[in-house]
Design a protein around this ligand. Sequence first.
Ligand code: SAH
Ligand code: SF4
Length: 352
Amino acid sequence: MPLVGLDPGGLAAVLAACGVPEAQRRMRARQLFRWIYARGAADFAAMTDLPAVLRERLAAEYSISRPEIVTERRSADGTVKWLLRFADGQEVESVFIPEADRGALCVSTQVGCTLSCSFCHTGTMPLVRNLTAGEILAQMLVARDRLEEWPTGRPDRRFTNLVVMGMGEPLFNYDNLAAALRIAMDPAGLDLSKRRITVSTSGVVPRIEQCGRELGTGLAVSLHAVRDELRDRLVPLNRKWNIASLLDACRRYPIRRRITFEYVMLKGVNDSDADARELVRLLRGIPAKVNLIPFNPWPGAVYACSTGDRVRAFAAIVEAGGIAAPIRLPRGRDILAACGQLKTASQRDRAA
Ligand code: SAH
Ligand code: SF4
């Protein structure tokens, strides 16, 4: 049985099952917690401050092994992308994106996605299940392993930030996400500050406030359109929770941090000057930042990316409205770092 994903209470229950006397359980659970999440042990034998009999008992019945790394690709710009395979054969991607003074790991929360945003490759993948808390955390452990950043909390660490923006809709797997993030944020665990964690949603309105209140993380909202008629087509979840209700939820978000609005630039679809002006009007009163994302094409996509001039003109209007609107650089193009692409390439290779 895997231990990754268990909190101190869960580990104490495991220790009870292993016969550890009640008086010792809390202390032993804390030791085990640190070994797994702060020191990155992948093997019980390394846990030298636990009694040898306990280590043997744990090794016989439990595991802290990692998912299999199917592929690891390192881009010339430093981006690293992993395709990971879990015990049941299902695969997800995670991507590490380094910047000058920090680096963000982008993790997945589902295999595939039940939503089918028309510009997104993940939405076309048939197989869907939620990841467990352990599988969400395992992506972070693999990144620390491969970046050689154990123990956690090293001042020179590059994996400093976490973005929940990989495959899947995080707020449709809220309980497992919350369990994983609590361990990720624990100073005795992966020690990632909540101020450096951002959860991206396509607009699961009833969960947004809860996410802020319970986890305290930053919020990113995949807006992509300023009119319901268009957003209904790009982000079908909009038919359930429309732009007005989504922005209401953003106004009520309890964390005092700017909300990031993601806006994928689709040529001739959502990139006009009028769209930019309407975006400024809609976001009035919300502490906001707009990330303009060049559309990342995938085989079979019906969209094209707006021209560079169009993206810059759009950005200028948003900026003139008093809202920061950085244009996101496409990272890791040479390793297919866009959402869903590596997984599909690997399946194609195997099929061939
Ligand atoms: N399901 C969540 C988080 C994962 S998607 C969400 O939708 O927010 C992460 C971001 O990538 C979203 O803003 C999504 O709209 C965007 N995205 C998906 N496919 C893309 C593509 N082909 N090009 C550019 N951005 C894309
Ligand atoms: Fe799912 Fe997000 Fe892709 Fe939409 S953009 S299909 S919500 S992963």
